[in-house]
Design a protein around this ligand. Structure first.
Ligand code: GUN
Length: 293
């Protein structure tokens, strides 16, 4: 079994991005600038946003951190987005999800200029991705693809089973795994809450990608010997083993699945770190106007 080391790979990509930024600055260009809007104080979101801002600094990006209380109106957020859309100093904009119930996520996403939509959530980017046209790829699926690429994992002709059909992970990763590309060219099955014989379907997977949002859902009996297992889940679980009283767990029961798999992502230290780095990769592409000249 080989651990897919998100820390190592994300460090490599981070160095590559930092080098590009140095070259941009040396040639008189401005630093890429990512704007992050967060609404409310949801604990997990605050942690993710803090990591995104910190990683921006580490690669030499500027960042613009905008934080509203949960009571902010939808219109106020939309107005801010419109202002950033026309602000030439900002290259990329993300609005951290989830949002409070009174703010429409789809309205927010559709208000972002697709050329600054470095989360790749705007329907224009989603549609272009589905058609195989240049677009910003959503960061978590892009991170998974980058890991598979850097570990030279064969995907061509393999059976890939995706657990979960969210707009952020399950749906886009299934498109990317099935497209005519490397990594890609897999035969993809998407499983969800209505799937019958879920365990049997999972057990057919050469590559199992789990983004179901339930701690330790995947057990050893669901995994084919030698499978590649990608765990997108991240859950803060009470634990007596740690000083903090918490331990991070994935959607996969790591201890029993790892010995059966050929490659597996740990939690933490797997996909999560790749997500942030792919967001920064998109921001670099935005600053360089590589996708939309
Ligand atoms: N919430 C969970 N994942 C993401 C993400 O990739 N982007 C944003 N904006 N919000 C998220």
């Amino acid at each position: 079994m080989i651990l897919l080391d998100g820390k190592k790979i994300s460090e490599e990509v981070k160095q590559e991005i930092a080098q590009e930024v140095n070259q941009m600055v040396a040639s008189g260009q401005k630093r890429p600038n990512l704007a992050v809007i967060m609404v409310g104080d949801e604990g997990a979101s605050a942690t993710y946003v803090a990591s995104k801002i910190k990683t921006c600094r580490e690669v030499g990006f500027d960042s613009t951190d905008i934080h509203y209380p949960a009571s902010v109106t939808e219109e106020e957020v939309l107005q801010k987005i419109r202002k950033i859309n026309t602000d030439p100093t900002i290259d990329g904009l993300i609005v951290q999800l989830p949002l409070p119930k009174h703010i429409s996520e789809s309205k927010v996403i559709e208000t972002i200029d697709y050329r600054k939509d470095v989360d790749g959530f705007h329907p224009i980017n989603t549609g272009r991705m589905a058609m195989g046209l240049p677009s910003y790829l959503p960061a978590t699926p892009a991170g998974i693809i980058e890991m598979l690429r850097r570990y030279n994992i064969e995907t061509d002709g393999k059976n890939c089973v995706v657990l979960g059909r969210s707009n952020i992970v399950g749906t886009p990763i299934s498109l990317l795994m099935s497209r005519k590309a490397n990594p890609g060219n897999a035969t993809v099955t998407i499983c969800h809450s209505r799937t019958q014989n879920l365990k049997a379907v999972c057990a057919q997977a050469d590559i199992l990608i789990v983004a179901i949002g339930q701690p330790e859902f995947v057990t050893a009996d669901m995994v084919k010997p030698g499978a590649v297992v990608i765990d997108v889940g991240i859950h803060r679980m009470p634990s007596t083993e740690t000083k903090s009283g918490f331990k991070l767990k994935g959607d996969v029961k790591f201890d029993e699945v790892a010995p059966k798999s050929s490659y597996i992502t740990p939690v933490p230290g797997g996909v999560g770190l790749m997500t942030i780095i792919c967001l920064l990769q998109n921001t670099l592409l935005a600053a360089q106007k590589k996708i939309y000249p």
